[in-house]
Design a protein around this ligand. Structure first.
Ligand code: AMP
Ligand code: MN
Ligand code: MN
Length: 325
């Protein structure tokens, strides 16, 4: 089976999820992936607010990064839990792997809603549809099925997920349907210009860091691949966001871009591609996953030099497959 194919039973399964969530009397935990992005936070906060509006005992376990912290109120997010109570329901959102779910154990009755082709379809109900631009787009359908009344408070995080995963409607996943959904959400009172502006805010230290990152830019395979990394001596604040791969992917003539950053557990690699090259294939060779144009992996127990070697090997193989080398 092609993991990137749309889910033919999408509506049937989403209706089942809505029925289950409406019927549940016990606690519902909502969680998302480690290093949460706009889709992770937006889809989970939108669903959390909808379930609260239905009077459900819902918990949103998340740690929003600084650039998204304006979205929730502090009392909306819960601390991590080691164990779920008996009879609990867990909704995992935007999480390509059970191991990527953060803050809660993957147990109880598990509902997996995601759009990563590499998702192994874990959980008791798995609605995984890689044809969707964002998990937030799927949550929009779920909220409709739940029959919750749309408000700006619910529409704003949902639109945030769509905005960030489509690069503000610039990526190939921006279908007519995505634009229609976005228009509908704006109609519920989202302040679009204010939201897109706010989503780009970064602390001053981020811009200094950007200078250091850009000084590491390198070109490989005649410029087909552009790389950069976080220098190990860079003055880095915990709060700095890491979306530098989105910056270097615009080097003329490049079809792959990779950003590497050393962390305690290994080297995290962010990959973007175009022109028939699959970032997903490259990530899978590095034991990661993701989408065809945007994917990632964490290389365990390696230093930056070794990570570069592994990345160059994996990229070379994919460039050969795609006919560039
Ligand atoms: P990032 O480069 O972290 O922005 O990730 C790009 C895309 O790949 C996102 O949709 C991530 O959720 C996904 N992704 C990143 N790392 C992994 C991984 N180790 N396994 C599966 N998916 C990943
Ligand atoms: Mn995500
Ligand atoms: Mn997503």
């Amino acid at each position: 089976m092609d993991g990137n194919a749309p889910d033919p039973r999408y509506w049937e399964k989403m209706r089942l999820v809505a029925e289950v969530l409406k019927a549940v009397e016990g606690p519902i935990y909502i969680a998302t992936h480690v290093d949460p992005d706009g889709d992770a936070i937006g889809s989970s906060l939108g669903l959390y607010r909808s379930l609260k509006a239905l009077g459900k005992e819902a918990y949103w376990v998340a740690e929003p990064p600084r650039f998204l912290r304006f979205l929730p109120k502090e009392e909306e997010y819960s601390d991590p839990v080691d164990k779920l109570p008996v009879g609990a329901t867990l909704v995992a959102l935007d999480s390509a792997e059970p191991s990527r779910v953060v803050g809660v154990p993957v147990e109880g009755f598990v509902i997996n809603i995601d759009h990563h082709g590499t998702n192994p379809r874990f959980g008791h109900i798995a609605v995984v549809d890689p044809s969707k631009a964002a998990t937030a787009q799927m949550v929009k359908d779920l909220i409709d099925l739940l029959g919750v009344e749309w408000t700006a408070e619910i529409a704003t995080p949902v639109l945030t997920g769509i905005l960030t995963d489509t690069g503000n409607f610039r990526f190939a996943n921006t279908t007519p349907e995505v634009l229609r959904v976005a228009a509908e959400l704006v109609g519920y009172g989202v302040k679009l210009a204010e939201l897109t502006d706010r989503l780009q805010f970064r602390p001053p230290s981020y811009f200094r860091l950007m200078g250091q990152v850009l000084s590491t830019v390198a070109f490989h395979f005649g410029g087909l691949l552009v790389t950069a990394h976080l220098p190990e001596d860079a003055k880095r604040e915990e709060e700095d966001s890491d979306d530098f791969v989105g910056l270097i992917r615009y080097v003329e003539g490049s079809v792959v871009s990779v950003f590497l950053r050393k962390r305690e557990e290994g080297v995290k690699v962010s990959i973007r591609s175009r022109g028939g090259v699959s970032a997903q294939n490259i990530a899978l060779k590095l034991e990661g996953g993701g989408h065809v144009p945007a994917a990632g992996a964490t290389l365990k127990d390696v230093d930056l030099d070794r990570a570069y070697e592994l990345v160059l090997e994996a990229v070379a193989e994919e460039l050969r497959r795609a006919g560039y080398l």
